[in-house]
Design a protein. Structure first.
Length: 187
């Protein structure tokens, strides 16, 4: 598999994880989710989840098992976030290593191709998921509005490098935009 293929997400959401609706999961036949934590669910400097994120998890959980898999080593931070969402978790994943992703998938008892790896980073989340044959979803990072105007050099470098390698950051399949967001707001 080429480097570009390994870095190419199956779906580029064009929104934060809050834009990932049950309709999108159904469209792509996704039966389980493995979620990154830092900046995918919670801004890096925040220690608690938003009410909006809790509601999102509650809307997804009835039909889709969810695991949190983080590179972060802080039991205190990741454990607190997982407990507040009532979700199982693994920390210290060292993504793009596949080991902890495999553990989460095995616990769900689902085929790799029916589990989505959802994250905000190409070189950790997307790469790890693609290496396992998972469906990969790239989301926009959750950032603290107080620092949202700052640039994110690592993220910007990843995007630049991946494009140089031939990765398209346009959704290669169906693009869910305002129509799906409107449906999310109606539920």
């Amino acid at each position: 598999m080429s480097k570009a293929k390994l870095l190419q997400p199956d779906l580029i959401l064009g929104d934060t994880i809050l834009g990932l609706t049950p309709n999108i999961l159904e469209y792509y036949h996704i039966q389980g989710l493995v979620l990154d934590v830092d900046e995918t669910l919670v801004p890096l400097k925040k220690a608690h989840v938003s009410e909006e994120l809790r509601l999102w998890v509650d809307s997804i959980r009835p039909n889709t098992p969810i695991w949190l898999v983080s590179n972060n080593l802080s039991e205190n931070r990741i454990g607190r976030i997982a407990k507040s969402l009532d979700l199982p978790y693994l920390l210290g994943a060292v993504k793009p290593s596949r080991r902890k992703l495999r553990q989460a998938i095995q616990a769900m008892e689902l085929p790799n191709s029916r589990v989505a790896m959802v994250g905000d980073r190409l070189f950790t989340d997307v790469l790890a998921g693609n290496r396992l044959g998972m469906f990969t979803i790239l989301v926009q990072p959750m950032v603290d509005p107080a620092i949202a105007t700052r640039s994110y050099p690592i993220h910007n470098f990843e995007v630049w490098l991946s494009q140089k390698l031939g990765v398209s950051l346009m959704s290669p399949k169906h693009k869910f935009t305002k129509h799906e967001k409107r449906k999310r707001n109606e539920t």
